[in-house]
Design a binder for this molecule. Structure first.
Ligand code: GLU
Length: 257
């Protein structure tokens, strides 16, 4: 299978902003093992700005664009250094791919992206994708890595996109406030009711990022790619998810209905 896995800063880092070494190690070990099993893996990883803030010893996450972009430039190196070190332990080669929104709207750039990704996978490399934060601005950027991972998944013809998050799926209500809230296991249609669960008046869920995850789901299912939201707490969950098992919310691609 061709699998795109997206991890957010909340999965990679502790609340202190420092790298969660144990979890990141387990993520890399699982992905390396899935690759050994014969799957093609692409990782979409956030964490550049967060790691840059830590490395530059900034007291808080910057608000202004130049400092954010500077932090991303520092943090992206740290991120790739970490992945390179961890995946090398299992004999895998990482490749850095940095993109912005306009790379998906210019036909020639999109074609170059697809060709390079195909070649990287043929060469056995493990592409690690992030937004090119040092040049991205609100106007030209994708803006969030949930959406970026969906663009990547559909443009490389992935079978499934797995978004590992600090919430283990889409709930019928805010699980932090409503004890009767239930995780929805399978979404076979993105109805207005489901979209409304992503946030908005009176229906905001516990995690702020559900809206972008549902947008990612819509991009994926329309293009014939399954998408799963699952907890990043135990990255080993990926073993079950690729077999169609495991806890999370699975959005079925249109072709499967
Ligand atoms: N590209 C950003 C970073 O690496 C993260 C964006 C996101 O998490 O959606 O810090």
């Amino acid at each position: 299978m061709k699998i795109v896995v997206k991890v957010g800063t909340s999965t990679l880092a502790h609340a202190t902003g420092k790298l969660n070494i144990q979890r990141t190690k387990r993520l890399c070990e699982t992905l390396a093992d899935l690759k050994n099993e014969g799957h093609e893996i692409v990782l979409v990883s956030s964490g550049a700005i967060g790691m840059g803030v830590g490395k530059l010893n900034l007291s808080a996450r910057p608000e202004d664009v130049p400092t954010k972009q500077a932090a991303a430039a520092v943090g992206q190196c740290e991120l790739m250094y970490t992945y390179d070190k961890l995946f090398s332990e299992y004999g895998h080669i990482v490749a850095q791919v940095l993109l912005t929104g306009s790379d998906f709207t210019h036909a020639d750039r999109l074609e170059n992206f697809s060709n390079t990704m195909t070649r990287l996978l043929q060469l056995g490399a493990l592409p690690v994708v992030n937004e090119n934060d040092t040049v991205s601005t609100e106007e030209i950027g994708v803006g969030d890595n949930d959406t970026l991972s969906a663009y990547v998944a559909v443009n490389i013809g992935a079978d499934v996109l797995v978004i590992l998050s600090d919430i283990d799926g889409l709930y019928t209500a805010d699980p932090h406030k409503d004890p009767t809230a239930k995780r929805i296991e399978v979404v076979d249609e993105l109805t207005p009711e489901i979209i409304a669960l992503g946030g908005g008046k009176g229906s905001a869920l516990g995690t702020g990022g559900m809206k972008t995850k549902l947008r990612a789901a819509s991009i994926c299912v329309e293009a014939g790619c399954d998408m799963i939201i699952a907890s990043g707490e135990s990255p080993e969950i990926l073993y079950n998810l690729v077999q169609g098992k495991g806890a999370g919310t699975r959005f079925l691609a249109k072709k499967e209905r």
